[in-house]
Design a protein around this ligand. Structure first.
Ligand code: RP5
Length: 160
C-alpha cells in the first residue's frame, strides 16, 4: 500500500519534488507521485483529497510554485498531514511560493519546508519521521540514515 502521496502543480515541479522520492526510496517508504493542480485541475485536487484516507495514504507531500495554493487546499480537504514544498520560481525566487504555502489560517496547517530541492528532500525525511513514530523498523532505518549523514561530514575543510 502506498504510504506517502507526492503531489505537485505541474510537470515542471518534478525535478524538485523528485528529491522527496529519492529520500523515500533510500528509506524504504512506498510513495506515488501525481500532478494535481489547484488551478488547472481543481476537480482532481478535490477527488484526491476526498479519497486520500480510504486509499490508505498517511502523509501527503505537496509542492507548487508561484501562487502555490495546492498544499493549503489539500490540507483543507483531508486530515492527513500535509507537508508543503515551495518550488523555486524565476520571477520571485520561490519567496512567492513560500509565502503562499506557509501563511495558513488557524485550523488547517501545512508543515512548510525550505524553498527548492533541500525542502523537497526534507519533506521526504519529515514524512518518514512521522511514519516512524508507529514503525520501529522504519525508525531504525531513519536513525541509520541520519548517522550515515553525520559520518560523511569531514572534521576539517579542504582546498577544492
Ligand atoms: C504552479 O505553477 C506549478 O506548481 C508550477 O510551479 C508553476 C508553473 O507551472 P508551469 O507553467 O511550469 O506548468 O501551478
Amino acid at each position: 500500500m502506498v504510504r506517502v502521496g507526492i503531489i505537485m502543480g505541474s510537470q515542471s515541479d518534478w525535478p524538485t519534488m523528485k528529491e522527496a522520492s529519492v529520500v523515500l526510496d533510500e528509506l524504504g517508504v512506498s510513495w506515488q507521485a501525481n500532478i494535481v493542480s489547484a488551478h488547472r485541475t481543481p476537480d482532481r485536487l478535490w477527488d484526491y483529497g476526498k479519497t486520500a484516507v480510504d486509499r490508505g495514504l498517511q502523509v501527503i507531500i505537496a509542492g507548487a510554485g508561484g501562487a502555490a495554493h495546492l498544499p493549503g487546499m489539500m490540507a483543507s480537504k483531508t486530515r492527513i498531514p500535509v507537508i508543503g514544498v515551495p518550488v523555486l520560481t524565476k520571477a520571485l525566487s520561490g519567496v512567492d511560493s513560500l509565502y503562499s504555502i506557509v501563511q495558513m489560517p488557524k485550523g488547517y496547517p501545512v508543515a512548510t519546508m525550505a524553498i527548492g530541492a533541500a525542502g523537497a528532500a526534507n519533506a521526504g525525511l519529515m514524512a518518514t519521521a512521522i511514519l516512524a513514530l508507529q514503525d520501529p523498523a522504519l525508525a531504525a532505518r531513519l536513525d541509520a540514515w541520519r548517522a550515515a549523514l553525520s559520518e560523511s561530514i569531514p572534521q576539517e575543510p579542504r582546498d577544492e
